[in-house]
Design a protein around this ligand. Structure first.
Ligand code: HEM
Ligand code: HEM
Length: 542
């Protein structure tokens, strides 16, 4: 997406990418937590819900019984109570951390505006609900910390002109604090997560193919780490609450309860201004600055067969299949909701009419991207290839790269470079076309898993090239002429090496400029690729 980035956000994004690259190197992109922050948030929520329900079953919802019921958890056999309580607490910590990082990452990528404004704005209530729920969680076991947190919160709220009588008065004397008040705590802590789920349903409503969990090994790693923490550093209660006494030596969870000590150290007005300001900034970000939105995808009804492949692949659920006007029932036509379209071109890559092997001039396809239409892609490629074949010393490698991922230095010799808005924009038939037109080999460079600017481009292209998703690349006579590489922005070296590897393979052939009959020896081998994921997805056609 085109938008004006300030120098500081660009610097921030570069710093983020360096850190992300460090995690890539250590864990691989597929298991890099920074590439799966939203789904890690979901994982934390599922853990909170699962452990929360069991905790609730063991919990006594009365002022007198709450503390004892939680304390009993520490004595359950095999550390099961500790595990349960620790998992619940540490999952809440995890939630806060990943959501904070999720916000930063999306902001640095410029995702507060344009077609993502909806996702940004629906995220804001979710983060507010997480924050309130987490603080309320501490009140349930009614220990010294609960008392401190509850009173501190209510005193803080009393500085707002919201309530007729001060809320904190409820805690002045033990008699004033009733089971009814406590039930309200429980109601809030169990009820708000339900509201949160509803908010998150909205949050991902306009996205398609959203995973509800991170990749399996990352999920397992995170759950085991939290479980390890729960057993090694168990969550323990403070002494039972005693209204009228001032709690001392509290162990504060700084991720979840920072509000209270910061209020103590400053004043309620300072923290109110801090939180109010943060909320205002979050809500204002989608509306500040200039954001020029590239033109949305366009449907050409005469070329649209109604197959629905673009509908299936659109990461932003911007395409719907509608009845074709003036045609018998059942005949469908793609329709683009321009508000939702991020102009990534993944739909053009999915359209079976996007084949450059057709000689039509201009090449009109079923659904296309105005800023870089298929006809322009084909004509530029054709012109560049012809130029190289006429003037170059050897047959070039065609490199399809992504504008948002790694690019090849322009100085790379004997390369015809075709830069796409997203590699998911590439119709697989372009590979066949390039090879038929004299390319020595083809490099398709996509972003690493979880790194696509448009969420799904790298996944779809890998699946299309390995015959796991339509439109499929037809099996190549010489699969070694195709290289699929995954490299994040800045990792040009990976692409240079991929070109060298391709060149080394194709140089072995006796005459690089000979014609390659593509289907003389139909092969069922997959093209060489290095995709770390082996996702198999049955393709349901709409
Ligand atoms: C966004 C979701 C949630 C968050 C962020 C959250 C957070 C917390 C936190 C921070 C605590 C205090 C833990 C401690 O004492 O160290 C807590 C306690 C508790 N939560 Fe949740 N929780 C969530 C959802 C739920 C749900 C859905 C339930 C029940 C169905 C639940 C039931 C409980 C119970 C019974 C306690 C008291 C036990 C204890 O203090 O360990 N929670 N929660
Ligand atoms: C509990 C809180 C949250 C959870 C669990 C969550 C989860 C997710 C998930 C799973 C996605 C889809 C990611 C993908 O498949 O590519 C997503 C997207 C997104 N989220 Fe959140 N989110 C939360 C809060 C927020 C907040 C507070 C913001 C910003 C204020 C935000 C901004 C966004 C944006 C802009 C996208 C679209 C990303 C894109 O276009 O690639 N989210 N979120």
């Amino acid at each position: 997406m085109h938008h004006t980035r300030t120098r500081s956000t660009r610097r921030g994004l570069n710093a983020w990418r360096r850190v992300e690259g460090g995690f890539d190197a250590a864990l691989g992109p597929a298991h890099n937590p920074l590439r799966h922050l939203g789904t890690l948030g979901f994982l934390a929520l599922w853990l909170l819900a699962a452990t929360g329900i069991v905790l609730y079953a063991l919990f006594d919802t009365s002022v007198a019984g709450a503390w004892h019921s939680v304390e009993r958890l520490a004595h359950l056999p095999l550390g099961s109570g500790r595990l349960l309580r620790g998992l619940h607490r540490y999952a809440a910590d995890l939630l806060m951390v990943v959501v904070a990082l999720h916000i930063v990452r999306e902001w640095l990528h410029g995702h507060a505006r344009g077609a993502r404004r909806f996702h940004w704005l629906t995220g804001v209530p979710a983060v507010v609900l997480c924050f309130i729920t987490a603080i309320g969680g501490f009140w349930l076991n009614w220990d010294h910390l609960a008392q401190y947190s509850a009173i501190s919160t209510f005193e803080w709220l009393d500085t707002l002109p919201l309530f007729a009588s001060p809320l904190a008065r409820n805690f002045l004397a033990p008699a004033a604090f009733s089971d009814r008040m406590f039930s309200l705590f429980v109601f809030v802590h169990v009820g708000l997560p339900l509201l949160l789920l509803f908010a998150l349903w909205f949050h991902i409503q306009r996205l398609s193919h959203v995973a509800m969990l991170p990749p399996r090994r990352l999920t397992l790693g995170v759950v085991l780490t939290l479980a390890g923490l729960a057993l090694v550093s168990p969550v323990l209660s403070h002494p039972p609450a005693a209204l009228g006494q001032t709690p001392v030596s509290l162990r504060i969870d700084w991720l979840l309860l920072w509000l209270h000590p910061v209020t103590d150290a400053t004043s309620p007005h300072v923290t109110l201004a801090l939180l109010g300001g943060a909320l205002a900034v979050l809500l204002a970000l989608p509306f500040v600055g200039r954001a020029s939105r590239p033109a949305a995808a366009v449907v050409h009804p005469q070329e649209c067969s109604g197959c629905g492949w673009c509908f299936d692949d659109c990461p932003y659920a911007a395409i719907s299949m509608v009845p074709r006007p003036g045609q018998p029932a059942g005949r469908l036509l793609a329709h683009v909701d321009t508000d939702l379209c991020t102009a990534c071109g993944i739909c053009a890559g999915a359209c079976p009419s996007s084949t450059p092997l057709r000689t039509a001039e201009p090449l009109v396809t079923g659904i296309d991207l105005p800023r870089l239409p298929v006809t322009m892609l084909r004509n530029q490629l054709r012109a560049q290839l012809q130029h190289h074949l006429r003037h170059g010393a050897e047959a070039p490698v065609v490199a399809f790269t992504c504008r948002h991922g790694a690019t090849l230095p322009h100085s790379t010799a004997h390369v015809v470079h075709s830069e796409l808005v997203c590699t998911g924009q590439l119709p697989p038939s372009f590979i066949e076309y390039a090879l038929r037109s004299g390319a020595a080999g083809v490099l398709v460079a996509a972003c690493p898993e979880g790194g696509c600017e448009f969420r799904l481009g790298e996944r779809w292209i890998a699946q299309r090239l390995t015959q796991r998703r339509p439109p499929q690349l037809r099996p190549l006579a010489e699969p070694g002429r195709l290289q699929l590489a995954f490299a994040a922005a800045g990792a040009s070296r990976v692409l240079e090496q991929a070109v060298q590897a391709l060149r080394a393979r194709t140089h072995l052939r006796e005459h690089p400029l000979r014609k390659h009959p593509l289907h003389e020896h139909p092969s069922h081998e997959h093209p060489s690729h290095e995709h770390p994921s082996h996702e198999h997805r049955s393709h349901e056609r709409p």
